[in-house]
Ligand binder design. Sequence first.
Ligand code: CMC
Length: 391
Amino acid sequence: SGAFTYDPGFTSTASCESKITYIDGDQGILLHRGYPIDQLAEQSSFMEVAYLLLNGELPSQSELDKFVTTITRHTMVHEQLSTFFRGFRRDAHPMAILCGVVGALSAFYHDSTDIEDPQQRVIASYRLIAKMPTIAAMAYKYSLGQPFVYPKNDLSYTANFLRMTFSVPAEEYEPDPVIVDAMDKIFILHADHEQNASTSTVRLAGSSGANPFACIAAGIACLWGPAHGGANEAALNMLREIGTPDRIPEYIARAKNKDDPFRLMGFGHRVYKNFDPRAKVLSKAATDVLDKLGIDDPVLNTARELEQVALNDPYFIEKKLYPNVDFYSGVILSAIGFPTTMFTVLFALARTVGWVAQWNEMISDPAQKIGRPRQLYSGATQRDYVSVDKR
Ligand code: CMC
């Protein structure tokens, strides 16, 4: 019937009430629990932001220490989980591995699947946040055919992840503070973004009472798409394909051509119509990090020129298309040493904090119901079945 509001892509439907993240897309404002994203990215740490998103307030020093200790103690994965990896092809995309392995956590941590128990919900949240870097690093190691590296409890969350990713038995990786800072900043900038597609997926999956590991696996699946988290991989691949600034006009022309499905990856956003505040932080961080590491990557110059050309082009001005969080992150991740196939995995790792915070908020909301959108039916009207010999 026509009694429902037709809103494809949910451009004007609020699916929930939330106290976690505020976005004003016209003014380019992003606040987590009231705190501006640029202040958090410049001054805070990923663990502190995780605590903030989960609990609503910034932690005191002792609260932070306790939180970090708890997360650190959950970083190991069950030894049997490593056999699960071996079922994947060597050349499997790490997002495929992540999706499968995180879903499989439901089978390893049965106690945490009891969503009626608030204590178990907290433990499930900690397990997910703590084990994600371990699983992400294992996915990477598996693709290289290198042995898995166990977490080391005296390192920070981010340094631990980098060590598990880049250490080999013959050579211990000593995380450079410049790299740890940059990685931590990228994690903060990806931690939450209110009701984006993957977070809505987590909430929808969770609304049926599904366990948190299954819900986060659903979020990972959604994030993988090139219109969402997969854009960081696509953006860097595009910048490399463009190669030199003289080829920019060709790609701008393609992006503007309605008969060509090509889009400028890392450009445009459903909500930000002025600028993406995360892109501003990352644009500056890209220069800082490459300078400090002494890397001269021509891709950064291509990115800067492409941004300028697009921002001055009537098509992009009229449609209010600006660089988003994915436009500059790839340049930094590549300088750190990650292959493009790992980019979306890193996004998922950071976004797990937001997914888990939003899932907890939903489960504790008395107004929460199973998500069940309606539709506008435009198919055949009722008709009688005809047997196959008469068709
Ligand atoms: N290049 C060229 N044209 C574009 C682009 C782009 N990147 N983005 C949007 N447009 C055009 C689009 O063709 C459409 O034109 P028209 O009105 O003539 O049909 C208009 O702008 C509006 O686009 P839309 O697809 O209706 O807008 P949306 O809000 O549904 O899509 C988006 C938002 C992010 C999916 C889209 O801008 C896009 O595909 N961008 C490239 C992929 C990307 O960078 N995604 C990362 C998003 S931020 C991180 C995340 O969420 O994971």
